[in-house]
Design a binder for this molecule. Structure first.
Ligand SMILES: Cc1cc2ncn([C@H]3O[C@H](COP(=O)(O)O)[C@@H](O)[C@H]3O)c2cc1C
Ligand SMILES: O=C(O)c1cccnc1
Length: 334
């Protein structure tokens, strides 16, 4: 399966498979017979059934989670939108490769295989206050990096990002997709001061004024970044492979939101791993109708919040698949 332009990518989104309803019904029936009062495992029960429906198996297992990290550089960093310099992006890629970042520890803790995908770091995107950040061809190339990064053998996917300046990009995407004003969507990211926040607001407003009336995937190209588009491509590919996805923080959810706005239901195979401390993340989650699993005051990105949620999802699946039924265990029912 391939795509060569945004229209082709959107057609693939539309053609993506839904959950396996037979496996879902089987998992629901099984869940109803497990040795516990009905509903007593709360959300764990829903998560187990959701996972079973996407994997097409009533008693699935999470054995091969994947964490794919994408990195890109942003033209808008020249405007002073981050507390850190743009070189940090490439420096953090080296850190990921040497195992020194937070996500390395969280991926290992989750038993996940981690892959790192720097995308043309020596070619920052255009400043989106002046021109589209990416041409259609550049956006399609980045979507493909994400599409190709997904291991078809994986059974759970986290997409993460590294890109200094990308909370500004994510805020502009959210503002363009969901309306309101720039002030509703910009936050402190890596920790900008009040003057930095003001600049972010102006940059976001200028980007939305220039590109806000485009279609959702054109907005991804115009206001996103290469790592942002790659996350969207990875999420879309996972859907075709029926691999459930754990969404990370503000940037990941802004990327994902372009898919949902292009084709409603495109994120049905995704759970929100956490709610980030970035101020507008709760609003993006509300717009996507996703209830986050964790609330840990994290605001790092890199897939860290989602990576932390992998063991929780595995725990839900272990209960569904491993528990005995009342009949098997000889436990009396109500
Ligand atoms: C050392 C370091 C490691 C990071 N890992 C993720 N981010 C996060 O911060 C960046 C977004 O924030 P802003 O828009 O304010 O630049 C992204 O790279 C994101 O992944 C990091 C940032 C830094 C400084
Ligand atoms: O919510 C996030 O993912 C986030 C917030 C701040 C900085 N980097 C990432």
């Amino acid at each position: 399966m391939a795509f060569s332009d945004l229209a082709g990518f959107e057609a693939l989104l539309k053609a993506a498979p839904g959950p396996d309803l037979e496996a879902k019904a089987e998992a629901e029936a099984r869940n109803a017979q497990l040795t516990k009062p009905a509903g007593s495992l709360g959300r764990l029960e829903e998560i187990g059934i959701w996972y079973a429906s996407w994997r097409g198996a009533a008693r699935p297992k999470v054995t091969r989670p994947q964490v794919a990290i994408f990195a890109g550089n942003h033209g808008v960093t020249a405007r002073g939108v981050s507390a850190f310099p743009a070189e940090v992006t490439v420096q953090m890629v080296a850190n990921f490769e040497h195992g020194g970042a937070a996500i390395n520890q969280l991926a290992r803790n989750a038993g996940a295989v981690m892959s790192i995908h720097p995308i043309e770091l020596d070619r920052p995107t255009a400043d989106f206050t002046e021109a589209p950040a990416m041409s259609e061809a550049e956006c399609v190339a980045a979507l493909k990096v994400g599409w190709d990064a997904v291991d078809p053998q994986a059974d759970l996917l986290v997409v993460g990002e590294m890109g200094i300046g990308n909370t500004t990009s994510a805020a502009a995407i959210a503002n363009a997709l969901f309306g309101g004003t720039a002030a509703d969507w910009v936050g402190r990211g890596t920790g900008v001061d009040d003057a930095g926040l003001k600049i972010k607001e102006e940059v976001c407003a200028a980007g939305v004024a220039l590109h806000g009336d485009k279609t959702p995937l054109e907005i991804l190209a115009a206001l996103g970044g290469r790592e942002v588009a790659a996350m969207a491509g990875g999420i879309a590919r996972a859907r075709h492979l029926r691999i459930p996805v754990v969404l990370d923080g503000f940037i990941c959810c802004a990327a994902a939101a372009t898919l949902e706005r292009a084709v409603p239901g495109a994120l049905d195979h995704c759970l929100a791993g956490h709610v980030s401390a970035e101020v507008a993340h709760p609003a993006v989650l509300r717009a996507l109708v996703k209830e986050p699993l964790l609330s840990m005051r994290m605001r790092l990105g890199e897939g860290s919040g989602a990576g932390l949620a992998i063991p929780l999802i595995r725990a839900a699946v272990e209960c569904l698949s491993g528990m005995a039924t009342f009949a098997e265990a000889g436990v009396s029912g109500k």
